[in-house]
Design a protein around this ligand. Structure first.
Ligand code: ATP
Length: 232
């Protein structure tokens, strides 16, 4: 469904991503793990069209989408759930969801109903200001807002960041639930254990390059991964 071929990004003279290639098949959950500064956020922003002028190509459902604008990319079915949640704090839950549905305005009422069934806590707090919600609730709102564009693939940038362990587990269940409903997932995480526990396949990004990859269940047993990413 999504194929990244030899992607490269430079900011000035600094090489941030170099020769990054990977693919995500339909209805799979693929994770990309990496330490601080490995280039994970830059990778997702490049796929979303927020970082422009990469080298290499990004193909989505057989179409070369490299260089397209972010709104064109959302319309094709790629949703980006950004790092740090980035909800609009002074807007209500409903207004945040409406913004996520701008590409699909006629469908907005139906989609709000649907995401509130998926996240009942958002339904209960539909008129509450997003900035007054807990970190976990804001993460759920950020996920629900991404779903408002009826995406074919959802890209998550570190959804576990800054959340208590029980909420990280809940977010993991939500991602598995989305996959079970037929969504395709690209998950970028520093929390390697969480990412490999819920994904089918994992790529390891180090200093802007893919250093290893394999089925997540196998990488979880790999000595290098256990030492470098799981501290075992
Ligand atoms: P983290 O887990 O800490 O968020 P990351 O793997 O997501 O890290 P990125 O945010 O992609 O990493 O950053 C990768 C490198 O690119 C960092 O060294 C960062 O300073 C640099 N970088 C990111 N955005 C820019 C920019 N707009 N201009 C210059 N350098 C940038």
């Amino acid at each position: 469904m999504l194929r990244i071929n030899s992607l490269g990004v430079k900011f000035g003279s600094a090489t941030i991503l170099s020769d990054v290639s990977f693919q995500v098949s339909e209805k799979n959950c693929v994770s990309i793990i990496g330490a601080n500064g490995a280039g994970k956020t830059t990778l997702l922003k490049t796929i979303s069209g927020i970082v422009s002028n990469p080298t290499g190509t990004i193909e989505f459902q057989g179409e070369n989408i490299t260089g397209k604008r972010p709104d064109e990319i959302v319309k094709r079915g790629i949703a980006h759930c950004p790092e740090g949640r980035r909800v609009f704090p002074a807007m209500s839950v409903r207004e945040n969801l409406e913004l996520g549905g701008l590409v699909n305005r006629a469908e907005t009422p139906r989609l709000i109903k649907e995401v509130c069934e998926l996240f009942p806590r958002l339904g209960e707090r539909i008129d509450q200001l997003a900035g007054t919600m807990s970190g976990g609730e804001q993460q759920m709102l950020a996920i629900a807002r991404a779903l408002m564009s009826s995406p074919k693939i959802v890209m998550f940038d570190e959804p576990s960041l800054g959340l208590a362990p029980n909420i990280v587990e809940e977010v993991g269940h939500i991602i598995l639930d989305l996959k079970a409903r037929g969504n395709t997932i690209l998950l970028v995480e520093q929390n390697a254990f969480m990412a490999m526990s819920i994904s089918d396949y994992t790529y390891v990004l180090e200093n802007g390059e893919i250093k290893r990859h394999g089925p997540s269940a196998e990488l979880l047993k790999d000595d290098y991964i256990r030492q470098a990413y799981l501290g075992i």
